[in-house]
Write a protein that binds this ligand. Structure first.
Ligand SMILES: Nc1ncnc2c1ncn2[C@@H]1O[C@H](COP(=O)(O)OP(=O)(O)OP(=O)(O)O)[C@@H](O)[C@H]1O
Length: 264
């Protein structure tokens, strides 16, 4: 069988955030000399600017037909990597190439809370590249998949967070993207919704798409993904079959908890 085509190539990617307005040198030792404080040359800080290196030399190749789960502790860089793959934030070093047809689905998916579910389906569908006619044809399927029922006529501000997340997933995946990125959005669904989402992710994979997802649940990643990348402080700690990597990660978390308990 021919190897499938790459959809995302990351080589030695570095990503930094700059924060403004915080205390000077909030993250590093204070500069020692008065001069360095005055010119703001101490460390990486200029005035009240702090630089946080969230991703430090990340390399991987994602291929068609893979569903890749990112695991790692809070702040390890998972969402940052996905935002960069989606082209939402710039990288500060290395190279990152990704196919252009990316659908990003986050907990705060860009739906308009003041508009009805119906209007959001139309706007979201158009944003995903469907024509008005195609959106109308897919309308019932989207409502059915999301399970919002008659609420579809009401403003989304009246939805529970689970309903919003389900509708967002239904809209984002209505047209098969080349890359679908899911940031924790599946966590809010019930067992039945998770099963149907897993089926849809499988379909996208089969149609030669690539799915990336972040979840704090190693079980979700193990059940949904073919491959997992474990990030630790912005670096890859392990990359391989989802079952193996999630087992390694779970053992690491367990050991960490046990060590914490032992401490006086
Ligand atoms: N907008 C931002 N501005 C400044 N720093 C940020 C910003 N977003 C993330 N960071 C920092 O970048 C690092 C990685 O954050 P990121 O959200 O990517 O981690 P994560 O693994 O997704 O975390 P979590 O599991 O808690 O969602 C953290 O140190 C975080 O504080």
């Amino acid at each position: 069988m021919a190897a499938s085509e790459p959809t995302v190539v990351a080589h030695d990617v570095r990503i930094s955030y700059r924060t403004f307005g915080g205390a000077r040198n909030a993250l590093e030792a204070a500069p020692t000399s008065r001069w360095s404080r005055l010119v703001g040359r101490a460390g990486k800080h200029v005035g009240a600017v702090n630089e946080i290196e969230a991703v430090k030399g990340l390399s991987f190749i994602a291929r068609e037909g893979e569903s890749i789960g990112l695991v790692g502790r809070n702040g390890s860089g998972k969402s940052t990597v996905l935002r960069a793959v989606a082209g939402l934030i710039p990288i500060s070093g290395g190279q990152l190439y990704s196919r252009s047809d990316v659908a990003l689905l986050g907990v705060n998916a860009a739906l308009m809370k003041s508009l009805s579910g119906e209007r959001n389906i139309m706007l979201g569908g158009l944003a995903r590249g469907l024509t008005r006619r195609e959106v109308r044809e897919k309308f019932d399927e989207i409502v059915e998949f999301s399970g919002v029922g008659d609420f579809v006529k009401l403003p989304m501000s009246s939805y529970s967070s689970g309903m919003s997340a389900r509708l967002a997933f239904a809209i984002a995946s209505a047209r098969t993207p080349e890359i679908l990125i899911i940031d924790e959005a599946l966590a809010t669904g019930d067992a039945e919704f998770r099963r149907r989402s897993a089926e849809r992710i499988e379909r996208i994979r089969e149609e030669a798409g690539t799915v990336f997802m972040v979840s704090h649940s190693a079980t979700t990643i193990r059940n949904t993904c073919t491959r997992a990348i474990w990030l630790e402080q912005g670096q890859v700690r392990a990359d391989g079959p989802a079952k193996e990597v999630t087992a390694e990660y779970s053992a690491f978390i367990k050991a960490l908890r046990a060590a914490k308990k032992k401490r006086p």
